[in-house]
Write a new protein. Structure first.
Length: 532
């Protein structure tokens, strides 16, 4: 073969009619032995939103062999994004490209958009029949792996590009490089088997030539295997599919030093979780209200006790003053009486002094009586009632550590960790992001420019719950939301109530473009402090 570097995928469009060739070359992709099996099962329904979200990261992998500027071979399979610019597929899909890199071009055709991209093999394991392709030019949504147990009879879904569908619908070879959504087929997991020493998953989801390298998914859209082969249905036998097991895939990724997200949480319905979480939120708010009422009741009791004590002290003090006045009155009267006795004895000088002393006592008694305190109590400052701050107030809370609450969350593709949150005045978060009032809560909707995920972030000051709801959306919905986001002028924190009200209206418009339920809901419980 003559090396012809620089060939592009668009050369495929120049082929007059390569469908027959695609059929022949596609057969070479299925080098595993065709086996016979006999086990039937019922295919349970998968969650459509989760599978559709996973489909955004599924691609068609096209190989074009060129010699002297002529196409001599054409094939295709499937793959999925393990990283924004890296694809997992079967080794047999790209083995020729690895062997003859100068003559075989690899094309990555995403499920959305209008372009295809050239890729190169960066890791391959022909024993496990796995490979990683790297490409540039765009970033794809990645799929997470499921690390939990899969029970026999559980529903599974295969996504990919079966060649029999392409042969029935393609008008020309150019159709193989146009982005199309992957084909979905559903079935059940039928058990684990060993094939040539490699662990595989047996399932009933319908796959065909071209599905090679595509993902086998659980109902939450998480990868449990990589489709690679099918049994041959002869004389009425049921056809089964084989997928490279998750254990083989993770071993291959570790050896290739490729990072990935693995989740082991059970797959739950978002509708059921939202209902449970709504009930839990209502209970949390009710508990918070009860706690406030109990605190107010205890505060009122302390206030009443302090008031009663202050009233007793005031009354006791008044009575003591009156008693002092009475004593002065009696002493004054007795003293004047003694002065009279001195006057009788003609001791006038001594009598005058005694009369004066007695008069002063009488005057003092009157002054003390008229200046006696009233019985109104005076409470100390720490005994006054504590004011309750409204939950929608703009008061700053400060730094908090927010811990992930798995029992109230649904996570299908995101690695979750505790986070720090600095809740400032007027909904200013971490000193830079402005949230808007939404009833008793504060919201912020994030629509990134380079990611197909919309995040609705919400904080409830009453329960100190922080929630991240993530929507995995197709390109058309993301474009519509980005147009609305372009009108958002409030980019930093602001104390301007009118600006926050405008942000709230813009976010309400964004909500109308979102599905009923998010794909992920991550709940955090916040408390004062800072995570290490």
């Amino acid at each position: 073969m003559t090396a012809r570097p620089g060939k592009t995928l668009e050369r495929v469009a120049e082929l007059p009619d390569s469908i027959a060739m695609a059929r022949d070359m596609g057969r070479t992709m299925m080098r595993w032995l065709l086996l016979l099996a006999a086990l039937c099962g019922f295919a349970g329904a998968a969650h459509a939103d989760d599978i559709s979200a996973a489909g955004r990261g599924v691609v068609r992998v096209v190989t074009v062999a060129m010699v002297d500027d002529k196409v001599v071979g054409f094939g295709h399979g499937s793959g999925f994004a393990i990283a924004p610019n890296r694809i997992v597929t079967n080794a047999h899909v790209v083995e020729l490209a690895k062997r003859y890199p100068a003559n075989v071009v690899i094309g990555i055709v995403p499920s959305e958009g209008a372009k295809s991209y050239e890729g190169k093999v960066i890791a391959i394991d022909t024993v496990r029949d796995l490979a990683i392709i790297e490409f540039t030019g765009t970033h794809l949504p990645t799929l997470a792996l499921y690390s939990g147990p899969v029970d026999e009879g559980n529903p599974v879904t295969a996504l990919g590009y079966p060649g029999n569908v392409d042969l029935a619908t393609a008008q020309s070879a150019a159709d193989y490089i146009h982005p199309l959504s992957p084909i979905r087929s559903e079935g059940v997991f039928s058990g684990r088997r060993a094939m040539s020493g490699i662990q595989v998953l047996l399932h009933t989801a319908g796959i065909a030539r071209g599905n090679s390298g595509g993902p086998l998914l659980d109902p939450c859209g998480r990868v449990i295997g990589v489709n690679s082969a099918i049994t041959q249905a002869e004389q009425g036998d049921t056809s089964f599919g084989f997928a490279i097991a998750d254990s083989e895939l993770t071993t291959f990724l570790a050896q290739a030093k490729q990072k990935y997200v693995a989740l082991g949480s059970a797959c739950t319905s978002m509708a059921e979780l939202m209902k449970q979480d709504s009930d839990a939120d209502a209970r949390a708010r009710a508990d918070a209200d009860i706690a406030k009422r109990e605190a107010a009741s205890k505060n009122a009791l302390r206030h009443e006790a302090a008031l009663a004590k202050a009233r007793d002290d005031a009354q006791r003090n008044r009575e003591n003053i009156i008693a002092i006045s009475a004593v002065l009155l009696v002493l004054g009267a007795l003293t004047i009486g003694g002065g009279g006795m001195l006057e009788i004895k003609r001791l006038r000088r001594e009598a005058i002094w005694v009369f004066a002393g007695g008069g002063l006592m009488l005057v003092a008694s009157g002054v003390v009586f008229f200046l006696r305190p009233n019985s109104e109590p005076v409470l100390p400052p720490d005994a006054t009632a504590t004011a309750v701050v409204p939950v929608s107030s703009t008061t700053a809370i400060g730094k908090m550590v927010c811990s992930y609450v798995p029992e109230r969350s649904r996570v299908v593709s995101t690695a979750v960790a505790d986070l720090n949150l600095d809740w400032g005045a007027a909904g200013c978060v971490n000193g830079r992001t402005q949230y808007a009032e939404n009833g008793s809560r504060w919201d912020r909707i994030l629509v990134p420019a380079d990611e197909q995920t919309v995040s609705v972030l919400q904080f409830d000051p009453a329960t100190r719950a922080y929630v991240s709801m993530r929507y995995f959306l197709p390109a058309a919905q993301m474009d519509a939301l980005r147009k609305i986001r372009s009108g958002v002028t409030l980019k930093a924190c602001s104390t301007d109530e009118a600006a926050r009200a405008n942000l709230s209206q813009q976010q309400a418009a964004m909500r109308t473009q979102l599905p009923t339920y998010p794909n992920e809901k991550i709940v955090y419980a916040c408390r004062p402090g800072t995570a290490p």
